[in-house]
Ligand binder design. Structure first.
Ligand code: UT7
Length: 329
């Protein structure tokens, strides 16, 4: 590999509208107590009806570009990780490219569910490391409220809307990406999916009546998969980097359930202080979780140049992904 690749800047956008567990109590048969105890979530953000995934992506991207000191015209590539694109096609990345005025950038969407941002970061860092490109924008953005079944208490209490972005580019030698792991197990594809609207079950009156355009999830199976996968993937990626858990300064886990995070903390034997958790405020924003966390941690002065950062995610596919990197700012 020719160049060290790392994160040059981060940014996020969260809709203003807050939906609390108490608001949900009025919609489905649930309680604040159940949601907090079983998930750790207290509230989530919901985009207003005029806002779609590309709109939030643009806001997060502008913040990340400003943080990196990189102009939109300097971008070579834009990757948007999302399960809730504005349209089935074209890609949301193309809409973002136009809105940013990123005249010299290629653009594509990436489908890896909640693991999408880490997948995108992995792809981007390799293209930087090879010398092919100089600046790549990786966005994780979701308007999950649009595909939520507001009559299904098993899912509608879990998710929220938001966007996060990172500018990936060349960094000083010794900093940036250390190791990565991308994983998949398609045998679990239907544990978490949107049944209709694709080529297998195109939209029809029936698919609408059956709630086929909403998220369907077997929560228990996804939970077991997450518990199995997250700590194991962290350990493997650290081993690849020649590091141990003691070397990690900050862990950024996917924010799906406080109990899944607690389990990972226990298995990794990592100090809780080193684990970034904001699930109480935003719920599960899927691909947006990790860049939102990174932005928050940076704003709060918790990331320092040379710090070892570990990010780990899991999601539909089923997929998982981990990266270890040295913070380069
Ligand atoms: O980013 C990846 C996306 N997804 C995930 O990571 C989800 C992973 N899974 C989970 O987080 C958990 O499995 C859930 C939070 C979804 C569910 O928690 P659980 O402890 O596995 O609950 P459960 O599915 O075993 O349900 C226990 C009970 C059931 O009632 P019965 O059958 O025992 O009478 C559910 O109907 O809790 C009931 N229940 C609820 N009660 C009140 C399920 N959802 C709710 C709710 N409010 N919102």
């Amino acid at each position: 590999m020719g160049f060290s690749a790392g994160i040059l800047g981060v940014g996020s956008y969260l809709p203003e509208k807050v939906m609390t567990n108490f608001d949900l109590e009025k919609i489905v048969d649930t309680s604040d107590e159940w949601i907090v105890e079983r998930t750790g979530i207290r509230e989530r953000r919901i985009a207003d009806p005029e806002t779609a995934t590309s709109d939030m992506s643009v806001r997060a991207a502008q913040a990340a570009l400003a943080d990196a000191g990189v102009k939109a015209e300097e971008l070579d590539l834009i990757i948007v990780a999302t399960a809730t694109p504005d349209y089935q096609f074209p890609s949301t990345a193309c809409l973002v490219q136009d809105r940013l005025g990123a005249k010299h950038a290629g653009a594509f969407d990436l489908s890896a569910g909640c693991s999408g941002f880490v997948y995108g970061l992995s792809v981007a860092s390799q293209m930087i490391a090879s010398g092919l490109y100089r600046h790549i924008l990786v966005i994780g953005a979701e308007t999950l409220s649009r595909i939520m079944d507001w009559t299904d208490r098993n899912t509608c209490v879990l998710f929220g809307d938001g966007a996060g972005a990172a500018v990936v580019g060349r960094v000083e030698d010794g900093l940036g990406l250390l190791a990565l792991e991308l994983g998949s197990d398609g045998s679990g594809a239907l544990e978490l999916y949107q049944p209709a609207g694709g080529s297998r079950r195109p939209a029809s009156r029936e698919t609408v009546e059956e709630h086929g355009h909403f998220i369907h999830m077997n929560g228990k199976e996804v939970f077991k998969f997450a518990v199995r996968t997250m700590p194991a993937s962290c350990k493997r990626v650290l081993a690849k980097a020649g590091l141990t858990v003691q070397d990690v300064d900050m862990l950024f886990p996917h924010q799906a359930n406080q109990r899944i995070i607690d389990n990972a903390v226990k298995h990794l034997k990592i100090d809780k202080e080193k684990v970034w958790v904001n699930i109480a405020k935003y719920g599960n924003t899927s691909a947006a979780c990790i860049p939102i966390c990174l932005t928050e941690a940076q704003k709060e002065g918790r990331l320092h140049k040379g710090d070892v950062i570990l990010a780990v995610a899991f999601g539909t596919g089923l997929t998982w992904a981990s990266v270890a990197l040295k913070w380069a700012k």
